[in-house]
Design a binder for this molecule. Structure first.
Ligand code: NAP
Length: 283
């Protein structure tokens, strides 16, 4: 129930009408009996600065930030957590004594779900990652900080791969994989991650790598959660590889934001259930 004591959190994005976050967070607050409410705000890029001033003026407890504001909001904050600084994007803001502090929970959310769902040991992983965009940056920096053995980056635009490889390479051995060398790179990798949108609805027949490059010693992870099982994961499952979908990342990035705002452990099972229910309705 919303009362005069309700603490407001929300999402800044453009557009936001498709977002699963309000239902997921409001279900979590209700489950925990917390006096919080989560609202999605469609913030036009031209209005971002005013919206950020509004956070303080209205006394919001925190916000999530999504496309297209994850980078643009950074100079408007008072402090940025070191991991978010490295990633170069913020997806969660906490308001503490009027100070706006930016975090990035995407990478930690990804790694938490990967380890929980597959049981892999991070420091034994040779990782091949397809893609070098925003989500790839969050995943690569967090895996590097968690001590994976090596990261190999394959991307359509070489320049973006190069920039990411240079940055991540200061933490763990990192190399760029040319398109023609993808099969060899994957052959002795233990973890393959698709961080591109290839295979996302409606293009569900597309794959970021050909099926014959997969093998059964791989853990194959796809950041996409729409569809719940991409063709990449379906092909990987069929040959006996371990598979991991993007739902866990979405739930856990939200759970970590919930924990930053409330100081309490998030009810991740109910959050996952709500997201799965919504996705099944839309896919
Ligand atoms: P982004 O910054 O726009 O990056 C997109 C990446 O995909 C780039 O590396 C791009 O290559 C590559 N790409 C896109 N279309 C391609 C194509 N047709 N052929 C080859 N490469 C292509 O996007 P993002 O924010 O990183 O998101 C990427 C994916 O992650 C999306 O599917 C998104 O839904 C998913 N995601 C999931 C979660 C989650 O919680 N599970 C969170 C964030 C993102 P170029 O550099 O060459 O353009």
């Amino acid at each position: 129930m919303i009362t005069s004591k309700t603490q407001l959190v929300g999402l800044f994005g453009h557009p936001v009408s498709h977002s699963q976050s309000p239902m997921m967070h409001n279900a979590a607050f209700a489950q925990m009996g917390l006096g919080f409410a989560y609202v999605a705000f469609d913030v036009d890029p031209a209005d971002l600065e005013d919206a950020v001033r509004g956070i303080r003026a209205l006394g919001l407890k925190g916000i999530n930030v999504t496309i297209p504001h994850k980078v643009a909001i950074m100079p408007m904050l008072d402090e940025i957590d070191p991991l978010a600084k490295r990633i170069g994007a913020v997806n969660t803001v906490v308001i503490n004594d009027g100070r706006l502090i930016g975090y990035n929970t995407d990478g930690m959310g990804y790694v938490r779900s990967l380890v929980e769902e597959t049981g892999i040991v991070l420091d034994q992983q040779i990782v091949t990652m397809v893609g070098a965009g925003g989500a790839a940056r969050a995943v690569a920096f967090t895996l590097a900080e968690k001590g994976v053995k090596e990261i190999r980056i394959m991307n359509r635009s070489r320049e973006r791969a190069q920039i990411l490889a240079e940055h991540v390479g200061t933490i763990v051995p990192t190399k760029i994989v040319e398109q023609g060398d993808g099969m060899d790179a994957i052959a002795d990798s233990s973890l393959l991650i698709n961080t591109t949108s290839i295979g996302m609805l409606p293009n569900v027949q597309e794959m970021p790598v050909p099926p014959e490059w997969l093998h059964n010693k791989l853990t194959v992870s796809d950041l996409i959660y729409n569809p719940l099982e991409t063709r990449l994961l379906g092909e990987a499952r069929a040959i006996g590889a371990t598979v991991h979908s993007g739902v866990g990342m979405f739930v856990n990035q939200g759970a970590l934001a919930f924990e930053l705002w409330t100081g309490q452990e998030a009810p991740t099972e109910i959050m996952r259930e709500i997201v799965l229910q919504q996705l099944k309705k839309t896919t």
